[in-house]
Design a protein around this ligand. Structure first.
Ligand code: FCB
Length: 448
């Protein structure tokens, strides 16, 4: 047999987020989050759906960890709900919240699964939104610093892998520009840039919390969804064009994170809307991290061009293959180029694909979901991961999004991303064909 595609040390996992799966929205002292408020506001989510119950994961830990065992994953990425830990964002700590995550981690460890905890996956305590304007205010980043310190201090004995904020672009643009996500705001650029700065600061505080309260063996990084530019085909000129485009597109967040300064070009474009920065902020923001989490769903084709910037990003034709969630164009190479450019352009020495997956139009028939479409998607993206590994790029793990169908934000329950099908009436989970496929690949350490 030839060498496997993925070495033993490569981590396969699956990912979820608190508000999308836990339910138990009013239990054990949990405070209100901006997603509770938003989803309960008429007209904001598909059919007015909310995460009140979601997958009821809060009460089904054992059964859900059994699913992970069945997949054979080595790791599980979940997020900690800030409003369970500090219900009003900055006041008293709720021991019951900490206990629940400690229990989750213990059960994972007992099952031989390594926990990867995200500190913030969008469920901001509503009290911080009401009091300070949420991420518009530096106070929220400071409240996050305390929250991060509390969770790391209590959980670092069990959880060694920490992820700070999930997908800052979504917090900034979906939350505060289009208003498609909570808190549903529409702010001008000046405010958006300040929100960005506060998110970056919070990340820096998260890293600091891990260094201060974590044991020496703890690892930390951010989870990002950069705009991935894929060479239209792989000749040196198009590769160079895609690299230039990747850098230009992603400077806003990656320059402060990876280079310790806002990029000249970005500041010039922001002009009078540039954020207010205090002394020491950029040192904190660029604190050395151990890895970066890359969330990858699609990407865009980029061509060398006469244009002054040297490239052209192509629009997709209407019939370009996409998932049921039509924002997901099927561009498997994006995984490879995302990893490669994060490494080559921004110097990241360790990358985990922290999310990859798709929503398909799943049909339960005779107790089965034969989602060959999702399987095709996973196969192609896993091939791109295998290529990255074969070329010795620093890709160390891969997390499929998601363990089970769950509350897909503004799309409610209409978009199913799971490896397991969730019946939201009975809470029964059923393995889709793609779950069996992923398990087989994990067992073989190959793309099958
Ligand atoms: C990402 C989010 C995740 C999930 C997937 C489909 O942007 O991080 O929570 O909604 O998309």
């Amino acid at each position: 047999m030839s060498k496997p595609d993925f070495p033993k040390s490569f981590i396969f996992g699956t990912a979820t987020a608190s508000y999308q799966i836990e339910g138990a929205a009013r239990e054990d002292g949990r405070g209100e989050s901006i997603w509770d408020r938003f989803s309960h506001t008429p007209g904001k989510t598909h059919d007015g759906e909310t995460g009140d119950v979601a997958c009821d994961h809060y009460h089904r830990l054992d059964a859900d960890i059994a699913l992970m065992k069945e997949l054979g994953v080595q790791a599980y990425r979940f997020s900690i709900a800030w409003p369970r830990i500090i219900p009003d964002g900055e006041g008293a700590v709720n021991q019951k919240g900490l206990d629940w995550y400690a229990r989750l981690a213990d059960k994972l460890l007992a099952a031989g699964i390594t926990p990867f905890a995200t500190m913030y996956h969008w469920d901001l305590p509503q009290a911080l939104e009401d009091k300070y304007g949420g991420w518009r205010s530096r106070r929220t980043a400071e409240a996050f610093a305390r929250y991060a310190g509390v969770v790391v201090a209590h959980l670092a004995g069990r959880i060694r892998h920490w992820m700070t904020l999930n997908e800052m672009p979504c917090i900034i643009f979906l939350g505060h520009k289009s208003g498609f996500h909570a808190p549903g705001a529409q702010e001008p650029d000046k405010v958006l840039n300040q929100i960005q700065h506060h998110c970056l600061l919070a990340h820096g505080y998260g890293v600091r919390a891990v260094r201060e309260h974590g044991r020496r063996h703890c690892r930390v990084g951010v989870v990002h969804n950069p705009g991935i530019k894929v060479p239209v085909w792989e000749t040196p000129e198009h590769v160079a064009a895609a690299r230039t485009a990747f850098e230009a597109t992603n400077l806003g967040l990656l320059a402060p994170l990876a280079r310790g300064a806002y990029a000249e070009a970005w500041l010039k474009e922001a002009g009078p809307n540039a954020p207010q920065v205090e002394p020491g902020d950029l040192e904190l923001i660029s604190s050395p991290t151990d890895f970066i989490g890359l969330n990858v769903y699609g990407g865009s084709f980029t061509q060398a061009a006469e244009a002054p910037q040297g490239y052209r990003v192509l629009d997709f034709p209407p019939s370009y293959p996409h998932a049921h969630a039509d924002w997901i164009k099927i561009v498997p190479q994006a995984l490879y180029w995302g990893v490669r450019f994060l490494h080559e352009v921004f110097g990241y020495q360790k990358v985990y694909v922290s999310e990859n997956g798709c929503a398909m139009d799943d049909r339960l028939a005779d107790g089965e979901i034969l989602d060959t479409d999702r399987m095709m998607y996973y196969r192609q993206y896993l091939r791109a991961a295998a290529r990255a590994v074969a070329e010795r790029l620093p890709l160390k793990g891969y997390f499929a999004w998601s363990l089970m169908d769950n509350f897909e934000w503004a799309y409610g329950y209409s978009h199913r991303f799971g490896l397991y099908y969730t019946d939201f009436q009975t809470q029964e989970r059923t393995a889709k064909l793609s779950a069996r496929y992923y398990a087989a690949c994990i067992a073989a350490r190959r793309v099958l």
